[in-house]
Design a protein around this ligand. Structure first.
Ligand code: PAF
Length: 322
């Protein structure tokens, strides 16, 4: 009798005191906590806290505090970091099939991109990621990328000719950008602000939420709304955590991922709508009417290489999504 009563009494005591086992998950991302990545990550953290009655909480590491995106993806795969909210930029180095979504001018607009990422094509890529030890809870978003530089206004592809631009460490991007005459300089994001400040590179390309939150208006004069490539992002959990979750907690995490993606995309929309005026106020000269056709024409030859690497049918399947 004594042996049964003791654990029961202990359980009652723990319940009465509200004490329970708590796991704190480390989540990292490149930009500030008020940026699109921060907004999405905060919603995720709040939702898992609520959904598991406080058994799972997060500690957030914004501003690349845990390293560049490539390093963080690797750490999540190894299980030394729990979560990363990252662009697909370096993801293709781990899961080659993902590289297809980094093709310039592949997506028409946000509706098209989000439909593809949330539909069967995006889900198939999520499975490919799982097979490589990366649990993609949801496709979040970085946004359409635009060019900034310190030299001149870019209206058409020719204007970019000869500019030394920092790019992500992504061959699909670099192959495309070379067709604009750009000299691509791959570099981890944490090194970028200083490189722009010191003139090591003339420019860079990133979505409006990144240009805003990273204060590139302090070191770049020209912004051109080239929208030359869509930059998807993913909220990735380590299998070391996923495999320990109960079936119910897995549902909570998946649902939290969906809500995070919705919030992050909304923040991207808000920044696209309001951020350009802010950047102008901060002194940037913005080219809003870019000659998109000149860029599309320039990049066309690179599509032969993309078709060889990914399959023309796979590219066409993405383009055909309405
Ligand atoms: O340019 C990059 O490396 C990425 O767009 C960034 C800023 C790390 C966000 O994913």
């Amino acid at each position: 009798m004594k042996n049964i009563l003791q654990p029961l009494a202990l359980a009652a005591l723990l319940a009465a005191s509200g004490a329970q086992a708590q796991t704190v998950l480390k989540i990292g991302y490149a930009t500030s906590q008020t940026s699109h990545y921060g907004v999405g990550s905060t919603v995720f953290c709040d939702e898992i806290d609520k959904g598991t009655q406080g058994r799972y909480k997060c500690q957030q590491f914004p501003n690349s505090a845990l390293g560049g995106e490539r390093e963080q993806i690797e750490a999540v795969q190894l299980g030394t970091q729990d979560l990363v909210n990252t662009s697909t930029g370096p993801l293709g180095n781990f899961v080659p099939e993902v590289k297809i979504v980094d093709i310039p001018f592949l997506f028409r607009d946000y509706d098209h991109a989000r439909k593809v990422m949330d539909g069967p094509i995006g889900q198939d890529l999520q499975k490919k990621m799982e097979a490589k030890g990366l649990i993609n809870l949801a496709w979040t978003e970085n946004g359409f990328r635009h060019m900034t530089n310190s030299k001149r206004a870019i209206v058409q592809a020719n204007d970019a000719n000869g500019l030394k631009m920092r790019t992500m460490e992504n061959k699909v991007h670099m192959d495309g950008y070379k067709t604009f005459g750009i000299l691509p300089t791959p570099m981890p994001f944490p090194e970028l602000f200083t490189a722009l400040q010191q003139g090591t590179v003339d420019g860079q390309e990133n979505p409006i939420p990144v240009i805003l939150s990273s204060k590139f208006s302090q070191v770049q004069k020209h912004l051109s709304l080239t929208g030359h490539v869509y930059s998807p992002a993913a909220l990735i959990l380590s299998p070391a955590v996923w495999n320990k979750l109960s079936a119910d907690d897995k549902k909570v995490f998946m649902e939290a991922g969906k809500k995070a993606a919705a919030a992050q995309r909304k923040k991207v929309n808000d920044d696209e709508n309001n951020g350009i005026a802010q950047l102008e106020k901060d002194g940037m000269q913005v080219v809003k009417q870019v000659n998109g056709e000149s860029f599309r024409k320039a990049v066309a030859p690179a599509y032969a290489g993309y078709a060889k690497e990914f399959g023309a049918d796979k590219i066409a399947a993405i383009q055909a999504v309405k």
